[in-house]
Write a protein that binds this ligand. Structure first.
Ligand SMILES: Nc1nc2c(c(=O)[nH]1)N(C=O)[C@@H](CNc1ccc(C(=O)N[C@@H](CCC(=O)O)C(=O)O)cc1)CN2
Ligand SMILES: Nc1nc2c(ncn2[C@@H]2O[C@H](COP(=O)(O)OP(=O)(O)OP(=O)(O)O)[C@@H](O)[C@H]2O)c(=O)[nH]1
Ligand SMILES: [Mg+2]
Length: 439
């Protein structure tokens, strides 16, 4: 479906719904400037204007009614976002105006753009690779500065460069292996075979190690707070949020239904989930809440297990999550301690003691120690391709020279998939399905 209709001229409102200072109707394709001629009336016709200029004038309906005054920006392919002729009609940011301007543009022969179709055309014109197109989507959706930074790095091609460095090592090894097959008596010096492959593996391992941080930074993370009744889960949620979101009482079993609240933690969008205290109970409603808590913990990215530090330590009635997803907290650190455990972080929701350390521990657990200034893998598609490449490179390092070539060629193919050159149409479709109309 994506490859069809490329000769069409497409149009959409490119700005967000609602009132704003300015609004844009974007038109792209072979007929874009002719369509603009039909709706825009100024000193010059858009189709008679040099590329890169803007015109001031009026936007007019089919019956001659003036809809608004505005600008028309003229781009001529291939020097445009899509690589095609593009006209941007910039009006006052009124949904009423934009709807009428778009209607007129469609009347003049453009068809409504599908989600992501402008960026798809940029991809098909070779102006962006698939990883860059994914970065465009992430930039549009970035809710935090960390997400924005990673998306901007991706869009700049920094991820492609990182992948290119790995591919260069692999290509160099392949060339050396080929030379060895052609001139077996010469032998392959280590610096042409073992060394580049070791470098490729190390760089790829570092890249694969960014996948979790990349996913967390762009899609956010869910943090479940679990523990026995009265452990202080709701109090800690409120303390982290900075406002009273969840009901706190001295009565065990206060929270029954789970409750979610969003916050930004070190630039990561985080959803905190407060849950019912875990205990055996005859109360049907509470028991349902406990079951819910267990399943919320199972699906969370990270689980904070809270234990009251001021009373006797009791094991949880359920099995906790695996260690990698778990952070242990000793709560009520402002009270005299009844037990200690160096594996648990001491916090007090009342005095705020331990909260800065908790925020740091959360950041470390979510982002790891990946370098902030480098490009990360931000989608599961990218991470999958990188892991496949790594598997092939590791296999190549174990195999004799004559068999290693095959693995290295597979590794190169996986690296090409990562940046998205020559990928299957359904992969491309899957990427662009997530876009909004007008992007
Ligand atoms: N009004 C408006 N703002 C926007 C966009 C847009 O399309 N319209 N963008 C899009 O979403 C982003 C900017 N991205 C763009 C990327 C390339 C070209 C472009 O026309 N490139 C040509 C010409 C370069 C030049 O004149 O120097 C080229 O690269 O050949 C335009 C926008 C963000 N802001
Ligand atoms: N001194 C002190 N008391 C705390 C602290 N955190 C919670 N409490 C008290 O402990 C009691 C229970 O707190 P909650 O936050 O409701 O505990 P919970 O884990 O949400 O309990 P359930 O919803 O019943 O599972 C309340 O009386 C709180 O005021 C703390 O850090 N210090
Ligand atoms: Mg509670």
């Amino acid at each position: 479906m994506t490859r069809t209709g490329l000769s069409d001229t497409i149009a959409a409102i490119a700005t967000a719904p609602g009132s704003a200072g300015v609004g844009i109707v974007r038109v792209s394709g072979p007929g874009a400037l002719r369509v603009a001629d039909g709706v825009f009336r100024g000193q010059r016709r858009p189709s008679a204007t040099r590329a890169g200029r803007f015109l001031f004038g009026q936007l007019v309906a089919g019956d001659g009614e003036v809809l608004d005054e505005g600008l028309c920006l003229v781009f001529r392919g291939p020097r445009s976002y899509t690589g095609e002729d593009v006209a941007e009609l910039q009006t006052h940011g009124s949904p009423a105006v934009l709807t009428r301007v778009l209607a007129r543009v469609l009347e003049l022969g453009a068809r409504p753009a599908r989600p992501g179709e402008f960026t798809l055309r940029a991809y098909l014109a070779g102006r962006l690779d698939l990883a860059q197109a994914e970065a465009v989507l992430e930039l549009v959706n970035a809710g935090t500065d960390t997400a924005r930074r990673q998306a901007a790095l991706g869009l700049s091609g920094a991820l492609g460069e990182r992948v290119g460095r790995v591919a260069a090592h692999v290509t160099r090894t392949l060339a050396a292996l080929q030379a060895m097959l052609d001139y077996p008596e010469e032998g392959v010096p280590d610096e042409d075979r073992a060394a580049p492959l070791a470098a490729a593996e190390a760089e790829l391992e570092a890249l694969v190690g960014t996948a979790r941080a990349g996913q967390v930074a762009t899609r956010g993370a869910r943090l479940a707070l679990i523990g026995r009744p009265n452990a202080g889960k709701s109090s800690l949620l409120n303390a982290l949020l900075g406002y009273e979101r969840s009901i706190v009482t001295p009565i065990p079993g206060t929270t029954r239904d789970y409750l979610e609240a969003d916050l930004s933690l070190a630039g990561v969008p985080v959803t905190l989930v407060d849950t019912a205290g875990l205990r055996e109970t005859g109360d049907e409603v509470e028991a349902a809440g406990v079951r819910q808590a267990v399943s919320l913990a199972a699906s969370a990215d990270l689980v904070l297990v809270l234990e009251d530090g001021s009373g006797p330590r009791e094991a949880l009635p359920t099995e906790g999550p695996e260690e990698a997803r778990l952070l242990r907290l000793r709560t009520k650190a402002d009270l005299p301690p009844a037990w200690t455990d160096s594996a648990a972080l001491s916090v007090s929701a009342v005095t705020g003691q331990g909260l800065p350390e908790l925020r740091e521990a959360l950041q470390a657990a979510l982002l790891g120690d990946v370098a902030r200034g480098e490009a990360w893998l931000t989608t599961e598609r990218q991470a999958d391709a990188a892991r496949r490449a790594l598997t092939h490179i590791r296999a190549a390092r174990r195999l004799p020279d004559d068999l290693a070539s095959y693995e290295l060629e597979e590794a190169l193919r996986a690296l090409a998939d990562l940046t998205g050159r020559d990928v299957q149409e359904d992969v491309v479709d899957a990427v662009f399905r997530n876009f909004c109309v007008g992007k």
